[in-house]
Structure formats: structure tokens, C-alpha cells
Ligand binder design. Sequence first.
Ligand SMILES: Cc1cc2nc3c(=O)[nH]c(=O)nc-3n(C[C@H](O)[C@H](O)[C@H](O)COP(=O)(O)O)c2cc1C
Length: 339
Amino acid sequence: MSLMLTPAKTVLKPLQIGHIAIDTPLTLAPMAGHSNYALRHLCRELGGCGLVCTELISSSIVKNSRKRALQRFDWRASESPVAVQLFGVEPHIVAEAARVVVDHGADIVDINMGCWVPKIAKKGGGAALLRDVKKATAVVDALVKAVAVPVTVKVRSGFEDGVVTAVPFAVAAESVGAGAVAVHARFAGQEHGGAADWEVIAAVADAVSAMPIIGNGDVHSGPDALRMLQSTACDGVMVGRAALGRPWLFHHIEHYLATGIELPEPSRAERAKIALRHAQLTLETTRLPERVAVLELRGQISKYKLDKPGSARVRNRLVRIETSADLEGILHEVAAASD
Ligand SMILES: Cc1cc2nc3c(=O)[nH]c(=O)nc-3n(C[C@H](O)[C@H](O)[C@H](O)COP(=O)(O)O)c2cc1C
């Protein structure tokens, strides 16, 4: 164990993206339907999360319908630094949208080149941009020229199975001034299945000169994060699904990287208290009608796994809640339980 401590300390160094120094090299992945203000705030509040990113926002909507766009602008100055993720295909449209989100306080503009969802990929956006490195680089170039804040890109290993475009793309993106690239080490067709291939992250980190590379895919714990940092020489670690229902995970990873010690998971009652905070933050800040927010919370709060082992009682109640009072009642009950 002591052999692990020295390298662990050296990997816990700040992440520098352009002029922004991020104290901990751990970032919350953008996740549509989840990484809203409440989750982002909670991950920062519980510690260890250096950078958060919004859910993806359509550049066309930002350009064409300011009213609809503003409904999606849920970030606040208090969570700075925050990256705002845009998707789009046409460089001038993405650049115009970037100017708008920067005017509204985005510290970093991130461009989505990882989404595999047909609605986005069919139009040539998301991961489909990686089919043409030149075109993808033109989007980054336009963005870098349009805004004074750092521009980052979230990519997959590549679009076509087995064709690793993340490497040539990252090199090209660095040459036009990108501030960082996050690599989700799966091909688009893998969606979220199979194991992430961290060798792609290592290849990207090896190919670029100085631009930070953030590794992403299948990090669930401090030891996973350490393995990713050490085996790929990436500069930061992005965590997605494992943080759903576990917003304390960043604090646990940071603690492990600093000490080599894994903290125990919170008890059922502690998890319920954090889930309650999550629900309250959502209800206080959401721009959705309360009923819609409550329906979204059904799934989000179920991720906290609030049942006793072998039981599904709490989950079965959570998936039927209709009002915030129903939800808060269940969470108060579990938070007060002593088992
Ligand atoms: C529900 C869900 C929504 C996601 N939405 C986005 C998104 O809006 N933008 C994006 O770049 N990636 C999105 N992703 C991909 C994640 O950011 C991340 O790359 C992926 O989950 C792999 O990381 P993980 O193994 O830590 O979960 C999403 C993933 C999930 C599970």
C-alpha cells in the first residue's frame, strides 16, 4: 500500500485549462437528464469535484430561440468554474451559440463530439463529427476565435468501430487552440456498453504536446481513478454514471488519491439525507413545472439505493411519487431510520 501513496500524491495535481486553474483533477461528466444545477452543486458541495459540465445544449436553439435557450441555462456564478456543453455541426452557428453562453457566464465552452444518439448523429453532430477530423477541427477553430474563454471538446474514441479518430483529432484540436480534450474511450456504436478501452486515452495523451487530456469511462472508485491516471498519463478523470446517486464519490476519490485510503460508503440514513438535499436543491432551482421535476426526480433519487439489502420497498414507492411532499416524506422516513 505504501508504494501506492507516492504516485497517488503526484497524480493529485491541479488541472490547468487555459487560464483556469482547477484545484482537483476530477470532473463531473455531462449527462442529459441528470447533470443539472442540483447534481452539479451537490458534487461540488460534497467536495473533490474540480469541474462540472452542463447537459448538452443545442447551438441551433441558442441561435434561433433565445427564450427556449434561456430555459436550459441553469448554471450559476456560485458553481464556477462551470463548462457549458454545446452540440452543433456548423462552425458559425456553434460559434454564435458559444458567444451567447459566455455572455451568460460560462467559464468554459465544451463541444460535444461524443453523443451517439441517432437524433444528433444523423444530422452530423455529436460523435458523427469525428468522421471528418478536418470538419471537427473547423468547429473548434471557429469556437476558439469566437470566445475568450477556454474551449474544450468531449470526444469518443471514434465514430466507426475500431477507427480511432480521437488521436488525430486531439492533435489537430490542440493546434487550433483547444484548452483540453476529454476522451470517452468507447466507439459511438458501443453506446455505453462493453468496457472502455483506456489504451485510447493513453494514445491521445501521448500524441498531444501540452494540452490536458481528461480520461473518461468506467471509473467507479478511487482505485479506478488512480489506475486511469497512472496507466494512461491523462491529466484529469471524468466520472459519469458512477456519480449518479453517489455525489460524494469525488470526495472519496480525492481522499483516496491523497492518502491511499478508501472511505466507506455513507449509511442508508446518510444517503437519504443527501438524496433529500438533492431533491430540495432541484425543487428550489428547477425551471420545470413542479410535477415534471418530480417525475425526473423519481429516477434520479432511485439511484441512491435507499432500500435495505434484498428489499425494493423504497424504490417501488419512489417510482410512483406524484408530488414533492410524497418524495420528501419517503426521504425523511429513511433518513430517520436507524438501520
Ligand atoms: C444518462 C446519460 C446522459 C449522457 N449525456 C451526455 C451529454 O449530454 N453529453 C455528453 O458529452 N455525454 C453524455 N453522456 C456520456 C457521459 O458523459 C460519459 O461519457 C459516459 O457515461 C461514460 O462515462 P462513465 O463510464 O463514467 O459513465 C451521457 C451518459 C449518460 C449515462
